[in-house]
Design a protein around this ligand. Structure first.
Ligand code: GDP
Ligand code: IMO
Ligand code: MG
Length: 430
């Protein structure tokens, strides 16, 4: 039995979906534990592409069950749409292979309206959120005003909570942000549809996990976002409103800490970031454009172009400290193919001093300049590599140096989007 957590070590979009889908073969449950449909996880099987936002990336494997934990914020509209879209493409989804925690908080239309209104008001200082209502929903959860999935089952309670929330939200939307208030009758009508559709999927995720663990089954926990978007440990305020770090499985899915067996840190072979916030290794030159073009770096959720730059080992070291990664899964190594030289940032220069950590003060982080190590590039197509020995020497040297600087051994190397295009050096479920 092994309980394995997949976490992003950068600013998201490291390829978590692909690696979860790859490893799902061996497990009986795949569990999301934080974030919401701000996530966009891409799965490619025999050339067919699927992007999931809320449903765990194990859904293409018919034998396993996917759980959405209490720590996830769920937009019912999106959940229903995602189920219907996957069904339309031949993926079987029933309560037998998908469960939504009764305790998960629901993203309501007013959360989305507030997210957008706030970002609009912030102007240049905006975070560049996905506009999916993530922040406002987690705020209501912390304020103990939230509407949870279980409330869908009790129409009277739901309508009472809706009235209290909407009175306040509409006041703020109308009087502070100057936007149109939302109709309570309309949300109430929509909620009736959500309840009817989603009720069969609601359940006790903690019990389900415990049952599988007691039977000695393997479980995969699928992180969303990345360590540096973490509300506490990330580059605040340019972060998301949940904790993408590995330890969140305990609160967000109810896995007891002693049951965590391994953590796999997902690393894109370079760095990308969507939205605003400092990014020391960002490249606005030819190389940045190469990465964006070859890596097709457009957001899986909003379609925005992702900012691209060199790999940052300071970012990875911080992720090792926070997540306790046992292995790295490195993705998109193929995207670096064709560059004469490749670089890794191994420290920062801040006001003339060399530092090896990310300063808490965001203005200081914005002043950090990368200190690079330069390695030779490679020109060979690596997308057919099946074993590490198939990679050119320069690519292997790059991987070795990445792993050495991060202080974590390599577990998987991915060389193309398809599930099959992966070199497995260490199987966490072996
Ligand atoms: P996630 O949010 O961490 O699941 O990552 P996304 O799905 O948002 O972004 C990763 C993108 O890279 C997706 O389009 C994947 O299909 C793609 N991808 C994953 N691994 C590889 C790889 O090794 N090479 C290439 N070229 N693309 C990859
Ligand atoms: P996956 O799981 C990349 C970013 C947004 C924005 C900030 C806050 O696909 O890796 P939010 O809507 O969460 O309040 O936005 O966080 N962000 C992501 N960036 N990948 C993601 O998820 C992200 N989820 C949120 O772009 O900068
Ligand atoms: Mg993504």
């Amino acid at each position: 039995m092994a309980n394995v957590i997949i976490v992003g070590t950068q600013w998201g979009d490291e390829g978590k979906g692909k690696i979860v889908d790859l490893l799902t073969d061996k497990v009986s449950l795949v569990v999301r534990f934080q974030g919401g449909n701000n996530a966009g996880h891409t799965l490619v099987v025999d050339g067919d592409k699927f992007i999931v936002h809320l449903i765990p990336s194990g859904i293409l494997h018919p034998r396993i069950k996917c759980l959405v934990g209490n720590g996830v914020v769920v937009d019912p509209e999106v959940m229903i749409m995602e189920i219907e879209n996957l069904r339309a493409r031949g993926v079987k989804i029933t309560p037998a292979n998908l469960m939504l925690s009764e305790k998960a908080h629901l993203i309501m239309p007013y959360h989305k309206a507030l997210d957008l209104a706030r970002e609009g008001r912030k102007g240049k200082a905006k975070i560049g959120t996905t506009g999916r209502g993530i922040g406002p929903c987690y705020e209501d959860k912390a304020a103990r005003n939230g509407i949870r999935a279980v409330d869908l089952l009790d129409r009277k309670t739901l309508l009472a909570k809706l009235r209290t929330n909407l009175d306040e939200k509409n006041f703020v939307l109308e009087n502070y942000y100057g936007v149109k208030p939302l109709s309570r009758a309309r949300i109430a009508r929509e909620a009736a549809r959500w309840a009817e559709f989603l009720a069969p999927f609601l359940g006790n995720v903690v019990l389900e996990i415990d049952k599988a663990a007691e039977k000695g089954r393997h479980i995969l926990f699928e992180g969303a976002q990345g360590t540096h978007l973490d509300l506490d440990h990330g580059t605040y305020p340019f972060v998301t409103s949940s904790n993408p770090v590995a330890g969140t499985v305990c609160a967000g899915a109810g896995l007891a800490p002693g049951r965590i067996d391994a953590v796999i840190g997902l690393v894109k072979a370079y760095t990308t970031r969507v939205g605003a916030g400092p990014f020391p290794t960002e490249l606005k030159d030819k190389v940045g454009r190469h990465l964006g073009r070859r890596g097709q770096e457009f957001g899986s959720t909003t379609g925005r172009p992702r900012r691209c730059g060199w790999l940052d080992a300071v970012v990875l070291q911080e992720s090792r400290r926070l997540n306790g990664m046992d292995y790295l899964a490195v993705t998109k190594l193929d995207v670096l193919t064709g560059l004469d030289q490749v670089r890794i940032c191994k420290a920062y220069k801040l006001d003339g001093k060399r530092i090896g950590h990310i300063p808490a003060d965001i203005a200081a982080f914005a002043r950090c300049e990368p200190v690079y190590e330069t390695l030779p590039g490679w020109k060979e197509d690596i997308s057919e590599a099946k074993r590490i020995e198939d990679l050119p020497d320069a690519a292997r040297r790059y991987l070795d140096r990445l792993s050495e600087l991060a202080g974590v051994p390599l577990g998987v190397v991915s060389v193309a989007p398809d599930r099959e295009k992966s070199i497995i050096l260490h199987d966490p479920f072996a």
